[in-house]
Ligand binder design. Structure first.
Ligand code: PMP
Length: 391
């Protein structure tokens, strides 16, 4: 692979060459008319990808965690009750963030490999007036996908704001922000949105903006305060110069390029591609006698797969062998299980040939380490399951 390895971790991912090229263009002033157009267009395209024509998009230098932090800093006040629905490591992160702003946090944690039932969520919402609930759409530590739609409906029923951590899902899993009534949907650039790390991206509903506007206390975070960013986002959309903090010009040029690629493919086509490849990849993984963390396929993410190492196989040796075969995959992230599983990202511009490469490398690495598989099984299962696009 010409001195380059295939990056198949769950973010950062392999980026489209046009996106990388955009990143390398000469940096302009952040108030250059061309850049104002790029920024304004990116905000408009975010509404399309989030399916939130009425939402307020924000593009800020930072990571996915900043996007989560922004949602919490602006919507949560000291003493507010917040319900955190967790399916792994990133649910805990939302609890920590909510705690940081003085919330009274209730933590509903799913058993490993499962999701929290709607019944448990509703029972909890009945106990007191929650200001907000948080959902991790895809928890990247477990590869579990939660269906946000019915949870957002429950949140509306109980007059609770719904905040979706879409860091590992936006542009890779179905999201219909306005129709489903999600109040804030956050992501980071390095995942399915397909832009190198460095952008915190979020879209807030009108209701979320009203709740923020009616706060009783100031926002206890200077950088994250929407008061500083809202005029900037509005100015760029009106194609006017403005300044609060210098925007990462090149990353935003790359963002516009990627959003255009996403919209050209079509959001629903893109989701179908993710679903098709993920299903076939899971078939490949299962045929290698590997067990995935999600206990059933209907809660398995389409953006990554998390699977246990087979018994007796040294995980770090497997990762090294994969890397020697020019494929980079990720180890575990859940502290209690870190050394017993691995994760493979399949989002963004991922193709069937990428996944065939991964399965080929995985088969040979497992075989060399003594896992009893017949080589070719994973590839066969993948190819028998995947729907190849007709040209
Ligand atoms: N939430 C989820 C679901 C994630 O996957 C990640 C990153 N892996 C984050 C939040 C945090 O994003 P970042 O690392 O960009 O701060």
């Amino acid at each position: 692979m010409k001195g380059r390895k295939l990056l198949m971790i769950p973010g950062p991912i392999e980026f489209d060459p046009d996106v990388l090229q955009a990143l390398g263009t000469a940096t302009t002033s952040h108030v250059d008319p061309n850049f104002i157009e790029v920024f304004g267009k990116s905000l408009e395209l975010m509404r399309e990808v989030w399916k939130s024509p009425k939402g307020q998009p924000f593009i800020v230098a930072g990571t996915g965690t900043l996007a989560m932090d922004m949602a919490a800093a602006n919507l949560i006040e000291q003493g507010d009750s917040v319900l955190v629905i967790s399916t792994g490591y990133f649910g805990k992160r939302f609890r920590d963030i909510a705690d940081c702003y003085g919330a009274k946090t209730t933590f509903l944690e799913a058993p490993l490999g499962e999701v929290v039932s709607l019944e448990a969520i509703e029972n909890e919402l009945k106990t007191k007036q929650y200001k907000a609930l948080t959902i991790t759409h895809v928890d990247t530590s477990t590869g579990i996908m939660v269906d946000p739609k019915p949870i957002a409906k429950l949140a509306q029923k109980y007059n609770t704001l719904s905040i979706l951590d879409g860091v590992c899902s936006v542009a890779g899993e179905e999201i219909n922000q306005d129709e489903w009534g999600l109040d804030v949907v956050v992501t980071g650039s390095q995942k399915a949105i397909g832009v190198p790390p460095g952008l915190a991206l979020l879209v807030a509903s009108q209701k979320a903006m009203e709740v923020w506007g009616n706060r009783k206390t100031p926002v206890f975070n200077y950088y994250a305060d929407w008061k500083n960013w809202l005029p900037i986002m509005r100015a760029y959309e009106e194609r006017k110069p403005s300044y609060f903090g210098t925007p990462p010009v090149n990353l935003i040029v790359a963002l516009e390029t990627s959003l255009k690629i996403i919209c050209k493919e079509g959001v629903s086509e893109r989701l179908k591609r993710h679903q098709n490849l993920a299903r076939a990849f899971r078939a490949g993984i299962t045929s290698l006698h590997l067990e995935t963390i999600p206990k059933s396929n209907n809660i398995a993410a389409n953006t990554l797969t998390a699977a246990y190492y087979p018994k007796g196989i040294d995980g770090s040796a497997l990762l090294t062998k994969m890397s020697n075969n020019d494929v980079i995959i990720a180890g575990g992230l859940l502290p209690e299980l870190k050394t017993s599983y691995f994760r493979i990202g399949h989002m963004g511009s991922v193709s069937s040939s990428d996944l065939i490469t991964v399965l080929g490398a995985l088969e040979s690495a497992l075989f060399e380490l003594g896992h009893p598989i017949e080589s070719g099984n994973g590839l066969r299962a993948f190819q028998n399951t995947v729907i190849f696009k007709e040209t």
